[in-house]
Write a protein that binds this ligand. Sequence first.
Ligand SMILES: [Zn+2]
Length: 364
Amino acid sequence: MKTHLSRCGHAIPLFLLNFALGVFPGQARASELPSRYIRITTHPLVKAIRSKPRILLTVVTHNEQASNVGCAPLYESTRAGEAALKANRQNTIAFAEMLKTHGAKYQLQTDYTYFDAMQALEARYPSIAASTTGGVSLFPYLEATHETGISIDPHNHATASINIADVNDRLKSVGLPESGVVGGFLAYPAARADWAQYGTPVAPLTAPATSTFQAKVLWGGASPNHTCDPNASGVWKPKDEANFQTHDSTAHLPVIGTGRNVKVLDYLDADPSDIDNRPGVEKLLAALDTGSLDPNLIYTAALFLDQCTLTSTEIGTLDTYLTSTIDPRVAAGDIVWAGFSEILKRWSVVYAEVPNIYDPVACP
Ligand SMILES: [Zn+2]
């Protein structure tokens, strides 16, 4: 089977397929594959992936600005505030290390306040980084030591002087690669939706004018006070503010559905029978088990946590949950850990950008 790019509607470069399937040099020989360019609908590796439904799962954390009650204590200019931020620094490292033991993929989404406070702490007390991260600042340390296991994304609630390009500029200033992820935005109500601006490059408000931000993907659509968050699972390109849960193949930006953006620790700490707090991945697993997921469509879910209030107890709680509930389903091929860049590649390569807006909420 030999095909030519010009005659294949869905022809793809082989390296992209290898990336998406996790096949790297040494695991598959090029001579075993049919052609430099292959049709995704016929390649056996793609067929193998689409032989059953799979849930692409990501761990996501947010930190917030000082108005957030959980984060405020970390930003106090006191000895207690410094101690709290230092402790959170260690907990964040321990959290990432724990996730690594499960093979989890982690999107750490940060606001400017946390970034600035951490930079100030590390500058004031060089011994903190010297004794824990080889003298390297927290975020570059995590990025370097976890490679494809972690992505550090800008998260922002716009202020008079800070927008997402300013947050992105801060991440670039410490050597982090640009993820192009919009880590949180307003989707509902339509009159408050703030994501259309990301369809074109965003100019910063404070950072150098050359430091524009170009979004590649949206994640974490919300509503004020989370009264009606668009909790669909899947990937699609929202049509416009009034039609967020409608796919438009000509639209610019894809969104990765949260699959139900509850805080997983609220669920694990509360009465397990409280099904209202059940994370989306469990809802999807239940649907998979009853045969109601389509193997030809993409499904996404996230395990979401607050970074500022992470404790060693919570890290242990999530560790236990991953061991008992998630790891066996990863081993069975029902769940695949995937970061957002990998999800986008899979959507393109394996699922041919066929949209899935699974189980959308109906907002007034
Ligand atoms: Zn936020």
